[in-house]
Write a protein of this length. Structure first.
Length: 117
């Protein structure tokens, strides 16, 4: 952490490595400890169709999922479309929501959480 802060010295000639800084966000806190929270934001990757069960489980627990669809997109675009359709149905069944954040990222929300589109 000190190395990152040194790059922000006032008047210093060092450049800020934004990628390094972003990669270290959250590492200051002890991520290994499980804290109680009413809701978590879970980053997940859609590697295979079988990941749908894990994603659905997180939504049913009341958590928000930030889903990276790139791994399945690279392997099988048809399976990706079917899988997203299945996830969309699940989200509708639990009264949640789904939206695209970027080319390969989706946000899925649990019951009672809507996305302003």
């Amino acid at each position: 952490m000190v190395g990152i802060l040194e790059k922000f010295k006032v008047g210093g000639k060092q450049e800020v490595d934004i990628e390094e800084y972003l990669d270290t966000l959250g590492l200051e806190e002890d991520d290994l400890l499980v804290e109680h929270a009413d809701m978590w934001v879970r980053p997940m990757a859609l590697e295979t169709v079988s990941d749908v069960d894990k994603i659905t489980s997180e939504l049913r627990k009341g958590n928000i999922v930030i889903l990276n669809i790139e791994p399945l997109f690279k392997r099988n675009a048809i399976k990706l479309r079917q899988t997203i359709s299945e996830l969309k149905g699940t989200v509708q069944d639990i009264n949640g929501d789904i939206a695209r954040l970027s080319e390969h990222k989706l946000i899925l929300t649990p019951s009672g959480v809507k996305i302003s589109k």
